[in-house]
Design a binder for this molecule. Structure first.
Ligand code: GS8
Length: 224
């Protein structure tokens, strides 16, 4: 819990997988904070002032000081509120590995996933193959462990599980079945939700995200 006199504000958008990472980390640490939903099509002055470089959510404002970029925020939370179980493994190699795969989620998985519902034709086909390959690589990294870092929810789980809320959209527009393609990873996602209130209370319902994606597609002119 934030100490008395501490001010913690989160600038976020409900459907953002990056924002969800921060919400899960804050919940894991039991930190009380003020959630401020942002209109990304009409950005608030506070958002523009807090993240002048990227102008994106999430931004955590801790005692007036903004921290940007979800992975950096999660790491900050882990370091500042170190009274609860750490989110990172203590072993340096395991830590580097967790960071590597979280970076892979951002650079490869997220971008190919986005193309599933924003592109058509050849680009869409290529994105579909890449997306499924990414899932299989992540499933390989998970192996037979319950969580990426071992026995409990950690940094890489927190980086990746928010995307599960988007899976109805990924499966529908990517025309594949997650459970069928990656049964172990599917079981991991279910486990994260079933056994961690920080996750189950943060992730929005899949149909709500799907509805949001459908509206986005109409706006982009991909659907009537
Ligand atoms: C990505 C944040 C992001 O894309 C992170 O925090 O990890 N690398 C960053 N934020 C989006 C909303 S989620 O898709 C955003 O704020 N978009 C507003 C814009 O691009 O104008």
């Amino acid at each position: 819990m934030a100490e008395q006199g501490e001010e913690v504000i989160l600038l976020d958008f409900w459907a953002s997988m990056f924002g969800m990472r921060v919400r899960i980390a804050l919940a894991e640490k039991g930190i009380r904070y003020e959630y401020r939903e942002q209109d990304l099509r009409n950005k608030s002055q506070l958002l523009l002032d807090s993240n002048p470089v990227h102008k994106k959510i999430p931004v955590l404002i801790h005692n007036g000081k903004p921290i940007c970029e979800s992975s950096i925020i999660v790491e900050y939370i882990d370091e500042v509120w170190n009274n609860k179980a750490p989110l990172f493994p203590s072993d340096c190699y395991a830590k580097a590995r967790a960071r590597f795969w979280a970076d892979f989620v951002d650079k490869k998985f997220y971008l190919s996933g986005r193309k599933l519902y924003t592109t058509k034709g050849e680009e869409h086909e290529a994105a579909r193959s890449e997306f499924i390959e990414c899932l299989k690589l992540l499933e390989g990294e998970l192996g037979d462990k319950p969580y990426f870092g071992g026995e409990s929810l950690g940094f890489l789980d927190i980086s990746f599980i928010p995307f599960y809320a988007w899976f109805q959209a990924y499966e529908t527009y990517g025309n594949f079945n997650f459970e069928h393609e990656c049964p172990k990873l599917f079981a991991w996602a279910k486990r994260c939700i079933r056994d961690n209130e920080s996750v189950s209370k943060t992730l929005p319902e899949m149909p709500k995200v799907f509805d949001f994606v459908q509206h986005m597609r109409k706006r982009f002119g991909l659907d009537d």
